[in-house]
Each structure stands twice: as C-alpha cells, then as structure tokens.
Design a protein. Structure first.
Length: 96
C-alpha cells in the first residue's frame, strides 16, 4: 500500500474540489459533500478536504505503488481548476 499527502494554499478550496470532481466525473467515480470530495483514478483514490486557507489532498493505492505520474496529474488539474487565483502549488509528502 502506498500513500501520499499534499496541500495547497487557497482561499476557495471547495470551489477547486467541486470543479475537479465535476471535471473527472465523466471518466471516473467521484463523490462530493460539503467539505470534501474523492475521485477513484483507477487503482488510486484521491481524497480532497477543504480547510479555510488550503486544500488537503491524499493519494492512496491499497494494491501497490502510486504511479509516478499521478501526483503531477492531480496537481496540474488542481491548478487548472483554481483558475484566476494566484498560481496554486501542491506540496507532496510520501507516507509509505
């Protein structure tokens, strides 16, 4: 099992989470509530949680490793969903 966690500073975390879940809902299973969202990217579960000044993101693959490209793909899409905000930067940390 592999897990990575990241966070990005933003004043509008739920807007980014909503937009990202909607964007990927045509291709992947997504879930959304008032404070979080999740996206099942093949074997990797992406969970996004809103905080007042940031969005927390976790990647988890219970079947094995997280493919090397996934953190970059998720960060790039989060940046796109942020739109006109100052550039969004996701900082990642691995957890096994």
């Amino acid at each position: 099992m592999s897990r990575m966690e990241g966070e990005a500073l933003t004043a509008d975390a739920m807007r980014i989470i909503r937009r990202l879940c909607k964007h990927w809902s045509h291709k992947f299973t997504t879930q959304l509530d008032d404070a979080s969202g999740s996206i099942q990217l093949n074997d990797v579960l992406v969970v996004l949680r809103a905080a007042p000044d940031r969005v927390f993101v976790s990647l988890e693959n219970p079947q094995g490793e997280i493919p090397e490209r996934i953190p970059g793909v998720v960060a790039e899409h989060m940046q796109r969903m942020a739109g006109a905000e100052p550039p969004l930067e996701v900082r990642w940390a691995e957890h096994g």
